[in-house]
Design a protein. Sequence first.
Length: 272
Amino acid sequence: MGIFILFELVSLIFITTLCLIITIAVQVSAIAKKFPLLFYLRLTSWFLVLYFLTDIISIILKSDIFARVHIVLMFPFTFFFILFFNNILKESYYTIGLIMACCLGFLLIFLSTQPNVVQLVIEMGFEKYIPNGLFNIIHNVLYFMFIIYFFFWGLETWSSSPFYLKGKGLINLIGTGIYVFGGILFHILYYINPIFKIFMNISNLIGMLIMTIVIMKNVKILYVLPYTIYTISVRDHKGNPLYDHDWSESSISETIFSGFLNAIEIMSEEIM
């Protein structure tokens, strides 16, 4: 086995391990049970683990069956992540992105049963199966859809993070950015020279490692969802209420109220 393909396998194993760590962290978290919405995120992470695992098996065994399964698994984890993202933003399942993912996914499943959709080629001195033709095109479209949604999730998580999680949200966004933009760049360059697949795995590994460290330090970063504040409540150290204000019952607009909260946050940062 050549050094390049060995390095690719090692990087894939590390990526799969990190995905599994995140998956288990989400699965066993007690907070996750309070948010049924995170069921979609758990499904996404499990299918992502299977996606990388089948890629490893297809390379080691030179199996066209596992190569087909690997490509098909792009559909479920993209589908469930879009469901998760749509729901936290709009509380709606039906969007153009989701409908497009469904149509492409069903076509991908159908094509996986057809002959010659994967071909045995020599990459970096090693034989392996890769997708071919329309099968490959649909796989790439779903891949780009996933990482675009993934980046906007990282951006939304950072922008919606409360003050005490803002720093971790920013680090998570950096990891997401490395995973996404490194993945896009090297995925395109891969079609020029297969060696760039290694660089794509490295960028994915770095991005995933950063996100894993953030999540393991505070798993709550996964549960940062967009929200609107309707009430300000101030209490003393004994829990006695000092001030309560429900802005939804007043004539103050949401824009003015949000600006007021931002000013409080800025003052808090200066004090800290």
